[in-house]
Write a protein that binds this ligand. Structure first.
Ligand SMILES: NC(=O)c1ccc[n+]([C@@H]2O[C@H](COP(=O)([O-])OP(=O)(O)OC[C@H]3O[C@@H](n4cnc5c(N)ncnc54)[C@H](OP(=O)(O)O)[C@@H]3O)[C@@H](O)[C@H]2O)c1
Length: 386
């Protein structure tokens, strides 16, 4: 009998790509959707339509996806005792990709979704009579506020503190995974991606990604403080001093590639305990490149400085409300992914990430459905113009 797979977070930026990969090898998938957050089947179908899937593929989705409405934050995922047990007993593999990636969220809120949510997902796995395999999506950023040096796959500690509550919540979720694996004598795959990016342009029906969020914050702050400035001439761009390192670098990885690597790692024989992998790009992107792309989108001029300005402008003060995010401009660390390369070999390496790729995933443009060339959808992401 084929192993039945369930996935949390299937409507998310990464979850949609994981779902695409899982549907390549599974006839059906149980989607543990976010209750009260819109029609998951419709959202998933729109993603596939917008990314060039065939009509036959999307027409088959209602029969291939079983949607169960859940809430990570609630005991038994908000299900009745009976529904919880029935769900648990059907699952052979449980992918947990749902979570809150709100870098500015407060700790209690993030704990509810990311820590308690993971606890409830692990309880589902513990209850299942098939002893489902658990694949937990974490983040490379559990490395916390360590800004230099190398972060290794077998490290999990809070010695450096955390840049924001999101990182801490994901760290605490990993601690739970370790405790659960030990208590139940069960294997768990922990996947720690870097910052995920795409070259698909923004679209109102697709989930946003972290760089898009950064761009939006910058744009909103700039509009709030300088609404009269409409020209994009370089000399009239407000100057923004942000704390960062001239040689800073960030690990950005194509989301499609991340999903492919994750599914391939899930196919490897587990050690029996917790197997943790850094799903990262082998080359970091200079912070200067990210800044350059953001400056092309938002008419500001960003200057990286060692310390925050004594007399910040209104725009700088506004951006100062996002220290948990802007801290990344000072990062120079590297993520070691020896284990991934040892398991998957050179094919684990992703294509180089160009400035054009990053630009494509942020700049509004007429929507073109990939696939048959020249096929245009009737939707324009006009709401996303800067
Ligand atoms: N994006 C990145 O760059 C990145 C990098 C490293 C690690 N990660 C990790 O990758 C995972 C997926 O991230 P993502 O980028 O796909 O995030 P995302 O686009 O924000 O998607 C989050 C998913 O979780 C679901 N969800 C949120 N709260 C829920 C709740 N209370 N109950 C049930 N489902 C809930 C969302 O459903 P709705 O959309 O319906 O709310 C959505 O499907 C997360 O664990 C994240 O920590 C992401």
């Amino acid at each position: 009998m084929a192993v039945h797979v369930a996935l949390t977070g299937a409507t998310g930026f990464l979850g949609l790509r994981l779902l695409r990969r899982l549907l390549e090898t599974h006839r059906s998938v149980t989607v543990l959707a976010h209750a009260g957050s819109g029609d998951a089947l419709h959202r998933i179908t729109r993603f596939f339509e917008l990314t060039g899937a065939s009509t036959a593929f999307t027409a088959a989705l209602p029969a291939r996806l079983r949607v169960v409405e859940t809430d990570l934050a609630r005991p038994r995922l908000g299900l009745s005792r009976q529904a919880f047990q029935e769900l648990a007993d059907r699952i052979g593999t449980l992918w947990h990709s749902a979570g809150s990636i709100n870098l500015e969220g407060d700790l209690p809120e993030l704990r509810r979704t990311n820590v308690e949510g993971t606890r409830h997902v692990l309880e589902l796995a513990a209850a299942g009579r098939l002893r489902p395999r658990v694949h937990h999506v974490s983040t490379a950023f559990v490395a916390g506020a360590r800004r230099q040096g190398v972060a290794y796959e077998d490290e999990l500690d809070d010695a450096h503190g955390f840049e924001n509550a999101y990182e801490r919540s994901k760290y605490e979720a990993e601690l739970l995974v370790h405790a659960w694996s030990k208590e139940h004598g069960r294997p768990v795959l922990v996947l720690r991606p870097g910052i995920l990016v795409t070259d698909l342009p923004p679209h109102p029906e697709l989930p946003s990604h972290p760089l898009q969020v950064a761009e939006r914050i910058l744009r909103d702050a700039r509009h709030t403080t300088a609404p009269a400035l409409r020209t994009e001439a370089p000399e009239s761009r407000p100057r923004v001093r942000m704390v960062g390192h001239a040689h800073g670098r960030l690990n950005l990885l194509q989301v499609e590639h991340a999903a492919e690597v994750m599914v391939r790692l899930a196919g490897r024989t587990p050690s029996g305990g917790v197997d943790t992998y850094h799903v990262v790009h082998d080359r970091d992107v200079p912070v200067a490149t990210v800044v350059e792309v953001l400056e092309r989108l938002v008419p500001v001029s960003i200057e990286l400085v060692d310390a925050g300005p004594d007399t910040p402008s209104a725009l700088e003060s506004l951006l100062d409300f996002y220290p948990g995010m802007t801290a990344y401009l000072a990062h120079r660390r590297r993520f070691d992914d020896t284990r991934v390369r040892a398991r998957l070999g050179p094919s684990a390496a992703s294509a180089p990430l160009s400035t054009d790729y990053l630009w494509a995933g942020l700049a509004a443009r007429p929507w073109t459905v990939p696939g048959p060339p020249g096929q245009l959808a009737d939707l324009s992401p006009a709401g996303h113009c800067v």
